[in-house]
Design a protein around this ligand. Structure first.
Ligand SMILES: Cc1ncc(COP(=O)(O)OP(=O)(O)O)c(N)n1
Ligand SMILES: Cc1nc(C(=O)O)sc1CCOP(=O)(O)O
Ligand SMILES: [Mg+2]
Length: 204
């Protein structure tokens, strides 16, 4: 499966409305701590915006809502995966991306036959507290050698300046939150990400 090399992750549909029309082709809606009714409404709206803009929407965590709302791509962490009904997810035709942070998690992820594997945090992240030390760039190559044809997403502390390193070490895709959402000019930063990642698109 081909994955766009630029993976934007945001915490509201307002960000999707603002940034996806700039040319983003892969976006994750990662909402935390909001009522289910609001998350459902945001998923519905995000789905419509993404369809209009030819962008792949990935829903984080909320696998039942993703099924009920007819979405087609889901991201789960290891704890999410343990609590989810993988059969129901596959029956619904959802593609599935999985987080990994160590070798055991990579084996668990591979056993679930994912559509991509994410490795992180590559660098320190300010988004959330993480028990794992930064993986560093070399770990990307180790993961790619094991993951083979499964697309590999690098995540955690990535910036425009750090893009070349992750692709040179074997990542297929670079995911980002704060380098864009906490930038004083998120639109311009998104355009910089689009420009810098495009040259790493295996399709061209
Ligand atoms: C592309 C991508 N990679 C990793 C994560 C993290 O997922 P998870 O470990 O479940 O943590 P939360 O994002 O749910 O806090 C991700 N969301 N996306
Ligand atoms: C949500 C998330 N998951 C990670 C993992 O390693 O699984 S790192 C991360 C945060 C990514 O945000 P930023 O680009 O701001 O560092
Ligand atoms: Mg999760």
């Amino acid at each position: 499966m081909r994955l766009d090399p630029f993976y934007l992750i945001v915490d509201s549909v307002a960000w999707i409305e603002r940034l996806v029309p700039l040319g983003v082709k892969l976006v994750q809606l990662r909402i935390k701590d909001r009522p289910l009714s609001e998350i459902r409404a945001d998923i519905r709206r995000a789905k419509a915006i993404c369809a209009t803009n030819g962008c792949q929407l990935v829903v984080n965590d909320y696998w039942q809502l993703a099924i009920e709302e007819g979405c087609d791509f889901l991201h789960l962490g290891q704890e999410d995966l343990a609590a989810a009904d993988l059969g129901a997810i596959r029956t619904a035709g959802l593609k599935l991306g999985l987080s990994t942070h160590d070798g055991a998690e990579l084996q668990t992820a591979l056993a679930a036959d994912p559509d991509y594997i994410a490795l992180g945090p590559i660098y320190p992240t300010i988004l959330k507290a993480m028990p794992w030390a930064p993986q560093g760039l070399e770990r990307i190559g180790e993961w790619k050698a094991i993951a083979g044809n499964i697309p590999l997403v690098a995540i955690g502390g990535l910036t425009v300046e750090r893009i070349p390193g992750v692709f040179e070490n074997g990542a297929d895709c670079a995911a980002v939150v704060t380098d864009i959402t906490r930038n004083p000019d998120p639109e311009s930063r998104t355009l910089e990400w689009l420009k810098s990642t495009r040259r790493h698109d295996s399709v061209g």
